[in-house]
Design a protein around this ligand. Structure first.
Ligand SMILES: [Zn+2]
Length: 191
């Protein structure tokens, strides 16, 4: 039966064609095909920079801390306090959905107190403000919801109604950076 190996070969080419799209796994294949052809035509960067003109301008951990606290105060007043908020140059963006949140439980007297940290990959020092907001909203939502489940994404969308679109665009940007080695909103050599 000769047709069988041919069908198998066709099926096997699909993941190879999309191997450069690891940040976008889980999106519909029609979307992946579109991104793949824009990537090959080198149009992803133009698409993104036409959408967003400039970076947010928050350069320090202190500025990031204030930004995170403002959002937390607006949407998650009662959640555990944050002991640390920082940009982290050692953080690889795919490690945990682009940022990290850690909880360290410490015994203080008789009370068990949770120590919360939010670290944001330093790539996000120079991105449009909505991209930073997406990352921060994601990490803040983990103060309430541990898993990436329905309740988690509902909370993300409550804090940022465009959350899903922004997460998609952030992933497209990461795809662009990885394939071209070029950042789009970089303003200086220390980026
Ligand atoms: Zn997460």
């Amino acid at each position: 039966m000769p047709p069988a190996p041919i069908q198998y070969a066709q099926a096997a080419t699909k993941p190879i064609a999309n191997a450069g799209l690891r940040y976008l796994q889980g999106y519909p294949s029609s979307t992946l095909d579109q991104i793949q052809s824009m990537l090959q035509a080198q149009k992803l960067g133009t698409w993104l920079s036409n959408k967003y003109a400039a970076s947010h301008g928050m350069r320090t951990d202190r500025a990031l801390y204030d930004y995170v606290q403002d959002l937390k105060g607006e949407f998650l007043k009662g959640a555990d306090p944050l002991s640390k908020v920082a940009f982290d140059s050692k953080l690889h963006v795919v490690q945990h959905a682009l940022g990290t949140h850690t909880t360290i439980s410490r015994v203080q007297g008789s009370k068990l107190k949770a120590k919360r940290e939010i670290r944001v990959a330093s790539l996000f020092k120079e991105v449009p403000e909505p991209f930073l907001k997406m990352i921060v909203v994601h990490e803040l939502a983990h103060l309430r919801e541990r898993e990436h489940d329905k309740a988690f994404y509902k909370l993300c969308a409550y804090m940022e109604p465009s959350y899903h679109q922004l997460e998609f665009e952030v992933r497209v940007y990461l795809t662009h950076v990885e394939s071209t080695g070029q950042r789009l909103w970089s303003s200086g050599p220390d980026a």
